[in-house]
Design a protein around this ligand. Structure first.
Ligand code: PA5
Length: 487
C-alpha cells in the first residue's frame, strides 16, 4: 500500500465535457459563456483568499506544511502501534469523518481481521454515534487493558463525543484502574480552551492540537485526521505531500486553470442557473466511499446557509449525496437517469486498482458468460463507469469524471485539499460564509438543554413546553389513530 506519488505534482485529472451544454444541452449543461461570465468573480475571490491568507486568515491552507507536527505524530504512533492491540477514536462529524475516510482508503479493507503481524498496529474502532448498542458492543469487544482511546473534539464539549468518551474512560478505569487509564487516553482538542482541554490538563492526558481558526470539517490534515491514520499505519507524510501538490497546482485565479475553482464554478452554476440542486459523488472504488462521505459533510455544512454575507435570507446550498459505483447502478442510477433532472453527478475512476482479479475461465455449459473470460474485475468496473457516464449524458444528465492513476496516500491528500478549496470558493460564489455552522450549533444547544446542562434552563423550558401538544398527530404502537378532527 505504499504511495506511488511523490506529491510533487498533482496526478488527478478531470474530464468535464459531459457537464457542458454541448454534451447535455443548454437547459442542463454549463456553457462556455457561463464560465466566461463567472471567471472575473472567481479571479476576484481568489485574490481575496490569497490576501486573507497572507494576512493570517484561511489557516486551513497551511495544514499540509505542518511537518513538525507530523514528526511528533509519527513518533507517538510508532510507539503506540507496538504497544496497543486496539484503538478507539471517539469523535463526530469533522472530528472523525476524515480519519474514517483515510483509513478506509489506505488500509486493508479487512484490517481489523488480520493477524497482529499483518495488521501492523492496533485494530481500529470508531465511537461517533452515541448509539448504546454500538458503544456497548465496542467496549465489550476491545481488549481494554491494551486499548488506546483518542478523544477528538475541537469545541471540547460536543455532547455525543463527551458522552462516548466518558463511557470509554469508565470502561478503561474499571479494567486497569484510574492511573493506567490516564496513560491510555490521548486528547485532540483546542490547545488552550474548552472543557476537554481543562480535563486533559487536570488528568495529565497526552494531547495533540486541533488547529485554532480552522473549522472541524477542514481539520483532516491536522492531528485530527493524521493521528488516527498514523496509528493505523497510513503514510501521513505521503498524504500531506499530496495535499501540497494540489495546493501548488491550484494557485491560479483562472477558473479554467484551477481544478478546485472549475469544480466550484460548475457545481454552483449547475445549482443556481440550471436547477441541479443535488451533487452526487460516486467513486468506483469501495476505498473511496469514505471520501465521498467526508465531502458530503464538507459541502453540506459549509454551503447550507440561511444568511448571505449581506445578511439576507437566502436558504442556499446544494445537497450532496454519496453513491458507490457499481453498486448504486443497481440502486440509484435509474433515478439519476430518468427521475428529476436536478443532479450534477461526479464520477471518480481509478486507472489501476491496487489488486486485480482475473476471470480465467467461463463454465463450458454457460456460453453466455464467455464475454467475462479473461476479463479483469478492475476493467469491468472501469467500463461500467464509462458506460454510466455515457448513459447519463445520453439522458442529458450533467456529469463529470475525475480519474486517479491509483489509490494512494498522495492522491487522497490531493482530494482533501482540492475539495476544501472547491468548497471555500463555492461559498464565495454563493456569497455565503463557508465557515461556521449555526444550524448545527442550534441542535447542539437543544441537546444540552434537554440533557439538563447548566446554563440552558430557558431553552429547556421552551423545548419541553411543546411536549404533550399535537397528540392527535401521534399514534401507533397499540394506540388507535385519533378521531378525525372533523368527526
Ligand atoms: O465541521 C464542524 O465544525 C462540525 O462538523 C464539527 O466537526 C462537529 O460538530 C464536531 O464538533 P467538535 O469537534 O467540536 O466535537
Amino acid at each position: 500500500m505504499s504511495p506511488q506519488g511523490t506529491g510533487e505534482r498533482s496526478r488527478l485529472t478531470i474530464d468535464y465535457r459531459n457537464s457542458m451544454a454541448d454534451a447535455v444541452g443548454e437547459q442542463h449543461g454549463v456553457s462556455d459563456a457561463m464560465l466566461d461570465e463567472i471567471a472575473p468573480e472567481v479571479a476576484a475571490q481568489h485574490e481575496r483568499l490569497v490576501a486573507e491568507h497572507e494576512a493570517g486568515g484561511q489557516r486551513w491552507m497551511d495544514l499540509p506544511s505542518d511537518t513538525g507536527l507530523v514528526e511528533e505524530i509519527e513518533a507517538f504512533a510508532a510507539e503506540a502501534r507496538g504497544r496497543y492491540r486496539d484503538f478507539i477514536l471517539v469523535g463526530i462529524g469533522g472530528s472523525s469523518l476524515g480519519a474514517i475516510a483515510t483509513v478506509q482508503a489506505l488500509a486493508h479493507p479487512y484490517r481489523n481481521l488480520l493477524s497482529d503481524e499483518r495488521r501492523g498496529g492496533p485494530r481500529f474502532f470508531v465511537l461517533d454515534n452515541p448509539d448504546p448498542e454500538k458503544v456497548a458492543a465496542t467496549l465489550a469487544t476491545v481488549d481494554l487493558p491494551n486499548t488506546l482511546v483518542n478523544v477528538v473534539t475541537k469545541s471540547g464539549q460536543t455532547a455525543e463525543t463527551m458522552a462516548n468518551f466518558l463511557a470509554a474512560r469508565q470502561a478503561l478505569e474499571a479494567a486497569v484502574g484510574r492511573e493506567r487509564a490516564r496513560e491510555q487516553i490521548v486528547a485532540t482538542t483546542d490547545p488552550k480552551v474548552g472543557l476537554l482541554r481543562a480535563l486533559a490538563d487536570e488528568e495529565g492526558y497526552r494531547t495533540f492540537p486541533v488547529p485554532p481558526g480552522v473549522d472541524g470539517r477542514m481539520t483532516v490534515l491536522s492531528a485530527v485526521g493524521m493521528l488516527p491514520a498514523a496509528l493505523c499505519g497510513c503514510d501521513i507524510g505521503g498524504l500531506l505531500a499530496g495535499a501540497r501538490a494540489m495546493r501548488a497546482s491550484t494557485e491560479s485565479g483562472d477558473v479554467r486553470r484551477n481544478l478546485a475553482y472549475l469544480l466550484a464554478a460548475i457545481s454552483i452554476l449547475a445549482d443556481t442557473r440550471l436547477g441541479k440542486s443535488i451533487l452526487v459523488t460516486m467513486p468506483y472504488a469501495d476505498a473511496l466511499f469514505g471520501l465521498s462521505d467526508w465531502f458530503r459533510q464538507l459541502w453540506a455544512e459549509s454551503l447550507g446557509k440561511k444568511l448571505s454575507l449581506d445578511n439576507e435570507v437566502v436558504f442556499t446550498g446544494q445537497t450532496p449525496i454519496k453513491a458507490l459505483g457499481a453498486i448504486d447502478q443497481h440502486s440509484q442510477i435509474q433515478l439519476y437517469t430518468e427521475g428529476p433532472n436536478d443532479k450534477l453527478i461526479s464520477l471518480i475512476g481509478v486507472d489501476a486498482y491496487r489488486a486485480e482479479v482475473t476471470i480465467e475461465e467461463a463454465p463450458a455449459g454457460a456460453p453466455e458468460l464467455d464475454y467475462l473470460k479473461g476479463a479483469e474485475l478492475g476493467q469491468l468496473l472501469r467500463r461500467e463507469q464509462h458506460a454510466t457516464a455515457w448513459a447519463l449524458t445520453e439522458a442529458q444528465r450533467p456529469n463529470f469524471t475525475m480519474s486517479v492513476p491509483t489509490i494512494d496516500a498522495a492522491i487522497l491528500g490531493e482530494f482533501f485539499y482540492l475539495y476544501e478549496l472547491q468548497t471555500v470558493m463555492g461559498g464565495a460564489l454563493l456569497n455565503v460564509n463557508p465557515f461556521g455552522q449555526p444550524g448545527v450549533e442550534a441542535g447542539k444547544n437543544a441537546t444540552y438543554a434537554l440533557m439538563g446542562r447548566k446554563g440552558y434552563e430557558d431553552l429547556r423550558e421552551e423545548l419541553t413546553a411543546t411536549d404533550g401538544a399535537g397528540e392527535r398527530h401521534r399514534w401507533g404502537g397499540g394506540r388507535p389513530p385519533p378521531p378525525h378532527p372533523r368527526e
